[in-house]
Design a protein around this ligand. Structure first.
Ligand SMILES: CC(C)(COP(=O)(O)OP(=O)(O)OC[C@H]1O[C@@H](n2cnc3c(N)ncnc32)[C@H](O)[C@@H]1OP(=O)(O)O)[C@@H](O)C(=O)NCCC(=O)NCCS
Length: 213
């Protein structure tokens, strides 16, 4: 079988999930290693593969290489993607075989969706989104670029996340909630009001706990 070569960016938890679980995905790759900007990781093995260099090393890879950005932090994902955009690499999406996607769901590139996730109709998942285990995303939702959802998130219909929202474990929303760009929602929060851009909210119901300047 002629499998494409894959480099995983980020030798942390999300990258480890991809490295350990190739059998979960429909398309198989030949993993050639990790890239990671933590100099202490370079040359060491994680999850069965070696960190072959920092992200700067991507420029020396063949343009046929597939890349997955296995990093949870929305801002870090964006920065790395900006460095690699227009360099000719492909960014496949990794969607676990046991994800339920309704008809009329759109998924972008570079997306990672863990097992047990369900996504209902007319929901859009944009590029470089991560949706962790057992999330239930209702109909007509929007999960914009670079957002990250921790395990067990439950969104009611028409919940809309702007770019880079970071949603903690077990968060729920009522319908029609708008979550602002690069905001952070703390674990187990219930969203009953819109969340401002760059805000950090938490609690039931969720309210602002701090503002990132
Ligand atoms: C919201 C969050 C980002 C805040 O982190 P932080 O900025 O370091 O804030 P702190 O821990 O200093 O907490 C600040 C205050 O908010 C409260 N708080 C923090 N997280 C909370 C939460 N999820 N729900 C309710 N209150 C919370 C703290 O008790 C503290 O209250 P106090 O000022 O009365 O003592 C973090 O607590 C959180 O929930 N992260 C999500 C983690 C997660 O889901 N990980 C999944 C990985 S897969």
């Amino acid at each position: 079988m002629n499998t494409k070569e894959l480099v995983i960016i980020g030798a942390g938890n999300v990258g480890g999930f991809i490295a350990y679980n190739q059998d979960l995905f429909l398309k198989q790759y030949n993993i050639i290693g990790f890239l990671d900007d933590d100099v202490n990781k370079i040359g060491k093995q994680f999850y069965g593969y070696t960190v072959i260099g920092s992200t700067d090393k991507a420029s020396s890879l063949s343009k046929d290489t597939a890349i997955v950005i296995g990093i949870g932090s929305p801002k870090t994902k964006k920065n790395i993607h900006q460095k690699l955009v227009d360099k000719g690499f492909s960014f496949p999406s990794f969607i676990s075989k046991n994800v339920w996607l309704s008809n009329h769901v759109k998924i972008g590139e570079g997306v990672i969706i863990y097992p047990g996730v369900s996504i209902n109709y007319e929901t859009i998942v944009e590029d470089f989104v991560i949706i962790n285990m057992n999330c239930a995303i209702g109909h007509n939702c929007l999960i914009s670029k670079y957002c990250t959802l921790a395990p067990g998130v439950n969104f009611a219909g028409f919940t809309k996340l702007e770019e880079g929202a970071d949603i903690g474990i077990g968060v729920s929303s009522k319908q029609n909630i708008l979550v602002g760009t690069y905001s952070i929602v703390g674990g187990q929060s219930m969203l009953v009001k819109n969340v401002a851009a760059n805000a950090t909210v938490a609690g039931v119901p969720a309210s602002t706990i701090t503002k990132i300047l």
